[in-house]
Structures are given as structure tokens and as C-alpha cells.
Design a protein around this ligand. Structure first.
Ligand code: DGP
Length: 110
């Protein structure tokens, strides 16, 4: 599959990993919009938030359990979690991902 994030999961594209388990991978964004900018992705390919269903939402719940652990490990307590659904909303990689971003001022994020 021609998906950048699937290639990162497979180790075909290098990334700076900050967390990994059997369901989830988190790594630093290559174009950080803040001093800490982490992407959290499911290892299962879902195109975005629009693909979340009752059948796979436990995976999304797991991601939201993992996010506070990643934030704590990064030493941040105040942050936002952003997902862009669709090109018109700024989604450039069509594999579900959640941005972890501390701070108020975000270039082009929201
Ligand atoms: P979005 O615009 O919400 O689809 O965010 C996609 C993010 O993915 C964007 O902030 C840049 C990041 N990104 C794209 N390609 C790569 C890559 O190869 N490595 C890493 N670490 N991040 C990437």
C-alpha cells in the first residue's frame, strides 16, 4: 500500500519513535509546528476519523489511553490533540493520526 505511515510502521521509512506497542506507534512529526509535535497512529490502516466505527473504536480508545503517557514522558501537561479529516481540513497523510501539540500558537493547525 502506498501509505507513508504504513511504510513508517513497516520500518521502510525511518522515524523518531517515542512510543510503540502492538496496536500503536508514536513518532516525532517531520515538520514540527511546536517544540514538541508527536503523531500517534494505529498500526491498522484507517484513512482518517471518518473511518472510525463501532468495530474499530476500541483502537481509538487505546490511542487516547496512550496519549497521556506520551505527554507525561515528554514532560508536557498542557497540550491539544488534533486530527484532520479530509484534504479540505488539512489532512495530507490519509492514515488516521493524532497530533499531540503543546502551546497556544500553532502555524496552520487550527
Ligand atoms: P496532516 O496534515 O494532519 O495529514 O498531518 C500529517 C503530518 O505528517 C504532517 O504534520 C507532516 C507529517 N509527516 C508527513 N510525512 C512524514 C514522514 O515521512 N515522517 C514524519 N515523521 N512525519 C511526516
Amino acid at each position: 500500500m502506498d501509505c507513508i505511515f504504513c511504510k513508517i510502521i513497516a520500518g521502510e521509512i525511518p522515524s523518531t519513535k517515542v512510543y510503540e506497542d502492538e496496536q500503536v506507534l508514536a513518532f516525532r512529526d517531520i515538520q514540527p509546528a511546536a517544540p514538541v509535535h508527536i503523531l500517534v497512529i494505529p498500526k491498522t490502516h484507517l484513512i482518517g476519523a471518518a473511518a472510525i466505527t463501532a468495530e474499530n473504536s476500541a483502537l481509538v480508545a487505546h490511542i487516547f489511553e496512550v496519549i497521556p503517557k506520551i505527554a507525561a514522558a515528554e514532560g508536557i501537561t498542557d497540550y491539544r490533540v488534533v486530527t484532520n479529516q479530509g484534504a479540505e481540513a488539512g489532512q495530507t497523510v490519509h492514515h488516521l493520526h493524532f497530533h499531540i501539540l503543546p502551546g497556544r500558537t500553532l502555524k496552520g493547525m487550527c
